[in-house]
Design a protein. Structure first.
Length: 140
C-alpha cells in the first residue's frame, strides 16, 4: 500500500476517491493543449503539516521570485480562492481570474452592498464573459 493514498474529494466525481493528493502549478499561454508543469507538491498533511493553501502560496511565491512565469495573470480552482491567497496574488502585482463558490459575499455596486453570489441575477452575456465583482474582506 502507498502511504500517501487516502480518501479525498474529487471535483470530477463530486465525491470521495482514493488517490495521492497533488497540488500543481501549470503554465499555459492559452493555446489549446499548451500546458507546462512548473511545480508540484504532494499533499500529505500528516507528514508535513501543510495545507493545500500553504503549498499553493509556496509554489506561487517561488515561481514569482525565480521568474519562472513571465505572465501576470493566474487562474485557479475555487478551492484556492481564500482571502489570504487573493491578497498575496494582488500584492505580487498579478491579476487573478476565478469562479467563486455560490455562497461568497460579493458586491457589484455600492447601492446593493454585499450579497451571496447565488442571489445575483446574471444576464446571459455575463454568464459567458464574466463580471468584475468586489469580494467581501478583499479590499481591492
Amino acid at each position: 500500500m502507498i502511504e500517501t493514498v487516502k480518501l479525498q474529494y474529487s471535483g470530477n466525481v463530486h465525491g470521495l476517491v482514493k488517490g495521492i493528493g497533488l497540488v500543481n502549478l501549470v503554465h499555459t499561454n492559452g493555446c489549446l493543449g499548451d500546458f507546462y508543469p512548473v511545480n508540484y507538491r504532494v499533499y500529505n498533511p500528516d507528514a508535513d503539516g501543510k495545507t493545500k493553501n500553504d503549498h499553493f502560496q509556496e509554489m506561487f511565491k517561488q515561481a514569482v521570485s525565480s521568474q519562472q512565469i513571465r505572465g501576470r495573470n493566474i487562474a485557479f480552482d475555487s478551492w484556492y480562492a481564500s482571502v489570504d491567497n487573493l491578497k498575496m496574488i494582488h500584492r505580487s502585482g498579478w491579476r487573478f481570474y476565478r469562479n467563486l463558490k455560490s455562497n461568497r459575499k460579493v458586491s457589484i455596486d455600492k447601492e446593493t452592498g454585499y450579497q451571496d453570489l447565488q442571489e445575483i441575477e446574471w444576464t446571459q452575456e455575463q454568464l459567458i464573459s464574466g463580471k468584475l465583482v468586489r469580494i467581501k474582506e478583499v479590499p481591492f
